[in-house]
Design a protein around this ligand. Structure first.
Ligand SMILES: Nc1ncnc2c1ncn2[C@@H]1O[C@H](COP(=O)(O)OP(=O)(O)OP(=O)(O)O)[C@@H](O)[C@H]1O
Ligand SMILES: [Mg+2]
Length: 577
């Protein structure tokens, strides 16, 4: 576990070392008063008198010790927290770096809930390890060890007697960890289940309410919450008896020393003086050991969290190089592309070429693999075999940044940042002038709804763009792509949410911007892609035909079927109106 965290501490390791040193000084100062206590009691046991000044000096020394303890402890905590929070920062940044190299598709599959939990809660657990468990653990183990050695030096028999409760306590602690460990996994799994269900419940509340499934949904919610309670109690139940044993035995090192030590004093094998000294020292050991053991009890949990963190990153990183774009032109070629999200293959050898300056449309039934093919062009995932080239250069032979500069992708799922709509469009070309942004918004037919907002283009998009309708979100994304003015444009159902009038305007605008560009467009409404230079018909992950509209209606029955369905759907729409 320490090995796993060590690479991230880096230059801050010295702070952890200093923290441990300060803690050792602090704890030493904290146990020293027990010695002064002995100094005051010892003469009394010998029947000697003690002067007031002697007592006053000892009391003053106790006060000094307590001051040193407080100062060192606070200073130690300061050092340990500097080290801990810088390490947390390093872990988060490194995790972000690893996350960035992961296929984008995989990140989306992980879900925001799990990623958020790892980035915040799980990593925060490491604070406990670095800021407390290591320095305090070292100090609270080192000082008792020294005291026990001194006890043995004073009288090995008394030392041995004081060890017995410690051994019993450690055994109980070991048993608690062993039996607790088996339940711990169940506990964490139930915690993760509860986490996911709560997120799903909140996200899906809209569906739940509309479909009036409150009863069932509440039941599932209630089940996981009750499950969490049961697993937690089950975990505690096996831990508590052992915890009770070690928590009561360990602070009581005098348990055997008291009767047997007294007998030894009466028998003359030990002086009362020595018994009192070992007695006083033993009082300081228990609380320290208990504290150290409490930290030790946390280690299995920490191990679990760190492993979880590593598992999140276990996916192979995306194949990527730092090379720039070196293609000869902006032709795109898919050559025998095979791809599956997990085990099942979704695309079974798709070959397709898109010529620069032409528009290619992908059509096909839902689930035939159109969006998947589009996502592969922007390298959301690595493909299983085959290749995808731009201007002759494989997309895995260029950096993601270089690829992104060549391709503007308007996906089926729109994402807007919670900033102003203006800034959301500006992402397409960060150095664009205000005029350019407004022009892009106008071309994407955004004006019509922007005028309705009191703050126009400066309106905030809301969480994930929730303030906007689906069609409005899509048009903002389109404006972003228009502004980017990349040589290759991929539009996945970019006009799906639009009404016919806006769609017409948009298509006119698109016609203007797609000149000389390589365009891949996916559309359910076939009327919008009727004039495409090439139409590729997808079926079950295979491109079964590709030609112009007129040819396909004659030669490809599947296309004819899609076309007829599309025509009847639009007629139906007109009749409805
Ligand atoms: N993230 C994913 N993980 C696993 N399977 C997926 C994932 N995304 C899509 N699929 C599967 O891959 C297949 C192709 O999906 P894709 O989204 O490419 O279809 P599509 O042709 O774009 O459909 P639509 O017209 O409905 O948008 C489907 O069977 C779908 O269930
Ligand atoms: Mg799709």
């Amino acid at each position: 576990m320490f090995k796993k965290v060590a690479p991230y501490i880096g230059e801050y390791k010295k702070y952890t070392v200093w923290a441990a040193i300060m803690m050792v000084i602090g704890i030493a100062a904290n146990v020293l008063p027990y010695f002064f206590l002995y100094e005051i009691i010892a003469p009394l046991t010998r029947g000697e008198g003690v002067s007031v000044s002697f007592i006053c000096i000892r009391v003053a020394l106790v006060a000094v010790c307590e001051f040193i303890y407080s100062f060192s402890y606070v200073q130690g905590l300061t050092f340990s927290h500097i080290s801990a929070y810088n390490t947390l920062k390093n872990i988060r940044i490194s995790l972000q770096g690893k996350l960035e190299k992961q296929p984008l598709g995989n990140i989306k599959e992980l879900g925001t809930g799990r990623i958020k939990k790892v980035f915040t809660d799980d990593i925060d657990m490491i604070e406990l390890l670095l800021a407390h468990a290591i320095p305090e653990g070292i100090a609270n183990t080192f000082i008792p060890a020294v005291i026990i050695i001194i006890m043995f030096i004073v009288n090995w028999r008394l030392g041995l007697l004081s060890l017995v409760p410690l051994v019993i306590g450690l055994f109980a602690m070991g048993m608690m960890m062993k039996s607790g460990l088996e339940k711990m996994n169940d506990y964490y799994e139930s915690a993760a289940r509860m986490n996911n269900t709560i997120i799903e419940y909140v996200n899906g509340m809209e569906v739940v309410k509309v479909f009036n499934k409150d009863g069932e949904s509440y039941k599932r919610f209630g089940d996981v919450v009750r499950g969490y309670r049961d697993f937690t109690l089950a975990w505690y139940k096996v831990c508590w008896p052992w915890m009770a044993i070690y928590a009561s035995v360990i602070p009581c090192l005098v348990l055997l020393m008291l009767p047997f030590g007294s007998m030894m004093v009466l028998g003359g094998t030990v002086t009362l003086d020595k018994l009192v000294l070992v007695f006083c020292m033993s009082f300081s050991v228990g609380p320290c050991v208990l504290k150290a053991l409490n930290f030790a009890g946390k280690f299995p949990q920490l191990d679990y969290k760190i492993t979880e963190l590593e598992n999140l990153m276990e996916h192979a990183p995306l194949k990527e190089v730092t090379d720039g774009f070196k293609g000869n032109n902006y032709d795109v070629e898919f050559n025998d592309v095979h791809f599956g999200y997990k085990d099942a293959e979704v695309l079974h050898g798709v070959s397709l070429s898109l010529k620069q300056g032409t528009t290619t449309a992908l059509v096909g039934e839902s689930g035939s693999g159109k969006s998947t093919l589009a996502k592969l062009l922007v390298h959301y995932y690595d493909i299983d075999s085959g290749n995808i080239k731009i201007g002759g250069q494989d997309i895995t032979d260029m950096s993601l940044e270089a690829l992104n500069n060549q391709v503007a992708f308007v996906s089926q799922e729109q994402f807007l940042f919670n900033t102003s709509l203006y800034e959301n469009i500006l992402i397409g070309k960060p150095d664009a002038t205000r005029e350019e942004v407004l022009e892009a918004a106008r071309r994407a037919q955004c004006d019509e709804f922007l005028e309705r907002f009191p703050e126009g283009i400066n309106t905030q998009a809301g969480d994930s763009g929730k303030q906007l309708s689906g069609g409005e979100r899509q048009r903002i994304s389109l404006a972003r792509a228009i502004l980017k003015n990349a040589p290759i444009i991929v539009l996945d159902e970019a006009t799906a949410f639009m009404d016919p009038e806006n769609e017409e305007k948009m298509n006119a605008a698109l016609d203007e911007i797609i000149k000389d560009k390589t365009v891949l467009v996916i559309a359910h409404r076939l009327s919008t892609i009727k004039n495409a230079d090439k139409i590729c018909v997808m079926k079950d992950g295979v491109c079964i035909a590709s030609d112009k509209h007129d040819k396909l209606t004659e030669t490809c029955p599947e296309y004819k079927k899609l076309w007829d369905a599309s025509v009847s759907a639009s007629t139906w729409r007109i009749k409805e109106a």
